[in-house]
Ligand binder design. Sequence first.
Ligand code: NAP
Length: 239
Amino acid sequence: MTTRPFENRLALVTGASRGIGAETAVALAKAGAHVILTARTEGGLAEVEERIHQAGGTASIAPLDLMNGDLVDGLAQHVAGRWGKLDILVLNAGQLGPLSPLSHVPPKDWEKVIQVNLTAPYRLLRAFDLLLRQSDRARVIGLSSSVGPEPRAYWGPYAASKAGLEALLDSYADEVANISSIRVAVVNPGATRTAMRKAAFPSEDPESLKGPEVVADALVTLLTQDFETRHRLTLPKKI
Ligand code: NAP
């Protein structure tokens, strides 16, 4: 494999201010892509952009709250005007929400998890569909979780959002399979040393987990492959 397989490719990574999204953005840029970084925290995005520049790559930052669908539409319009296509879309941003009995989940927390984990991916697919179709090799990757296909007690909002995300991505994959180059994959990164994992398992030793750069490398490898659309990849806790 060439060291820069994504030369002249444009990638958009959501949730790129920290964790898996940040490392994925850096890895994609090192592999030659120009990467658009989005999240709410402008300082985090600027730090990731600086890391990319230090590594000899290129990036643009687009600070926005994914709960605002109009901002997603605006970003797509900007990308259309400047680049006219999108090659790689990584739907990574996520909210864990409360881990508690469903009857204790405040409606505003339910709304937030569903909006960020499910409605925002729908808005991104809706807004970027035409730009993905302009690519001769488009790839969409969604970050899911083991609790999507296998829900368990106290993880209701997050599990429902990830099950919905997988259904959304499979529906989109089938819609565009025969009329575009777009291929869609769902990745379950498995336990990974990030802020979200710490919030879910505060007493766990972070050193017992793989780092987010391991997930990033696996995503970049997947993106270089000609996987079948509706592909599933699950990574182990340690690699
Ligand atoms: P993380 O460290 O909590 O990072 C989440 C990212 O999402 C941040 O960059 C955050 O940026 C962004 N985000 C959250 N709300 C947003 C909003 N309203 N608008 C825009 N961006 C928003 O999480 P992570 O562990 O890296 O997780 C990445 C993905 O992997 C998620 O989809 C998660 O469900 C999945 N996953 C993680 C694990 C794990 O063990 N870590 C396991 C299974 C699945 P701002 O706060 O700056 O907006």
